[in-house]
Design a protein around this ligand. Structure first.
Ligand code: FAD
Length: 446
């Protein structure tokens, strides 16, 4: 049986970060990856000259971001696109009233101010909330305290429903009251016109990564770990002094992945309170632009926008008129079995309420993260009853030989590439038993 220092399960940003840092500090590391590629939920496809990020697109705030620092060091081009966090304003947004007419600037500004007023009140309401309360419970309390008429309150209520869906891919009643505590953006947001996958590609350079190695069992004990890989024709086992497991929460929950002995309560309990969401991207490419120049997004208010309400203009990325919308939360579950044509028809019916002459798209791409056996959703959310520390607690070292890492294990900014990178860095330091500067990911020692 092969014996190494550390085995890393998963070649997403978390796993690659751990492996790269430990290898830089002299360890023998092997990364086992189920897919035939690295990057995990950072996945770019390139077809007919189009570069499409099917997973992560944004750095949600470049200020003090290690992902931004790594991207710059790796020479990755970025484009500013500060609407990735469902902001009510801050950048030009074309807003449409419930009847499909364009809101004037004053009406759009008044609505954004209403959202901000509720957000300010929410801080105190969430801080005072009880353990079994949902994001719906706290937002309703914050809205009620305004004393608005029903119509005004409903506009903000539906915005907050959409926020829970777009930010966490979950219906507002299923998200914990604290489920959006991390929702702050420091600095501009940016996207990658040449593809986000350049980041994991750079991180992977020089590592021993074994693709198409599906891990089915991690056995841990006082002297180390044995990791079992199920191949198409055989089974093999890798032995190591330590393991860092970075598979998504959905895989940890599944019967296809066994940790033996089972996770101790300090880790199993927070894991039980986190769940994978339902969040898919829908890219529509058009022969001509039919919306305003210079707007970052198009938003529709009202009941008609229950499924499709926000479209993001990606034209600046590759020059082709392109809108991105999301099937998020209930809509992602509802449309899960729909054909591409059915989804496109449904989205276009909505868009044509706002733009009656809109042409058919020339190309439609829809993601399928819910049905991906190696992600089982897009990222984890806090179910009602969970607390923010559940994220960090999920990374509690197990018998000092087994460590969990990945986006769901980072309290400060979960569900992001930043969380994946920071959690991978923390796991490397714990395995190494000392400080490792995160800059070692992108710079050599002097
Ligand atoms: C549609 C979508 C949009 C997103 N948008 C953004 C965004 O704009 N900005 C942002 O910051 N984040 C975004 N995210 C989240 C971000 O992509 C993730 O938080 C991050 O990439 C997770 O990295 P990770 O290393 O924790 O997990 P992963 O990238 O999932 O890596 C885990 C790896 O483990 C592998 N694996 C799974 N099971 C096994 C097994 N049994 N054996 C071996 N290997 C296995 C997987 O194949 C995968 O490669 C988005 C995600 C999605 C899906």
């Amino acid at each position: 049986m092969e014996r190494i220092d550390t085995v890393v399960v998963g070649a997403g940003v978390a796993g690659l970060t751990t492996a790269r840092l430990l290898q830089a500090f002299g360890q023998r590391v092997v990364v086992l990856e189920a897919r035939d590629r690295v990057g995990g939920r950072v996945h770019t496809v390139r077809t007919a000259g189009r570069v499409t990020d099917l997973g992560a697109s944004w750095i949600h705030g470049v200020t003090d971001s290690p992902v931004a620092a790594a991207a710059e060091a790796f020479g990755m081009r970025t484009v500013e696109f500060t609407v990735g966090s469902f902001q009510p304003d801050g950048r030009p947004i074309a807003s449409y009233a419930p009847d499909g007419t364009r809101s004037n600037d004053a009406a759009a500004a008044a609505f954004a101010e209403d959202v901000r007023a509720v957000d300010r009140a929410l801080l105190g309401v969430i801080a005072a909330s009880g353990p079994g309360e949902s994001y719906r419970d706290v937002t309703e309390r914050a809205i009620a305290a305004r004393g608005w008429d029903a119509e005004r309150a409903q506009r903000v209520r539906e915005f907050l429903e959409h926020r829970a869906e777009e930010q966490y891919g979950v219906w507002i009643e299923d998200l914990a009251a604290h489920g959006l505590d991390d929702d702050q953006v420091e600095g501009d947001e940016v996207v990658f016109p040449d593809g986000y996958d350049r980041l994991p590609a750079h991180l992977a350079e020089g590592l021993d990564i074994r693709l198409e190695h599906v891990v089915s069992r991690v056995h841990w004990h006082g002297a180390g770990v044995e990791v079992t890989v199920d191949g198409t024709t055989d089974r093999s086992t890798l032995s190591a002094a330590a393991a860092v497991v970075t598979v998504p929460v959905g895989v940890l929950h599944s019967e296809a992945f066994t940790i033996d002995p089972p996770l101790p309560p300090a880790v199993a309990a927070p894991l039980g309170r986190l769940r994978m969401n339902a969040f898919e991207k829908v890219f529509l490419r058009f022969p001509t632009r039919f919306w305003d120049d210079g707007v970052y997004a198009i938003r529709q208010q009202g009941a008609e926008g229950r499924r499709w309400h926000s479209w993001y203009d990606l034209t600046s990325l590759d020059g082709e008129p392109t809108l991105l919308t999301f099937a998020a939360g209930p809509t992602a579950r509802e449309t899960r079995t729909w054909s591409r044509e059915e989804v496109a028809t449904s989205v276009m019916a909505q868009l044509r309420r706002l733009f009656p002459g809109a042409p058919d798209p020339v190309d439609v791409q829809i993601t399928g993260w819910q049905d991906d056996p190696f992600s089982r959703g897009s990222y984890a959310y806090m179910t009602v009853g969970s607390v923010t520390s559940d994220h960090d607690d999920l990374a509690t070292p197990i018998g000092s030989v087994l460590h969990l890492a990945g986006e769901a294990t980072w309290t400060d900014d979960p569900a992001t590439v930043t969380a994946a990178m920071c959690s991978g860095h923390r796991a490397a330091e714990r395995v190494f038993g000392g400080e490792i500067p995160i800059e070692r990911l992108w710079s050599s020692p002097r």
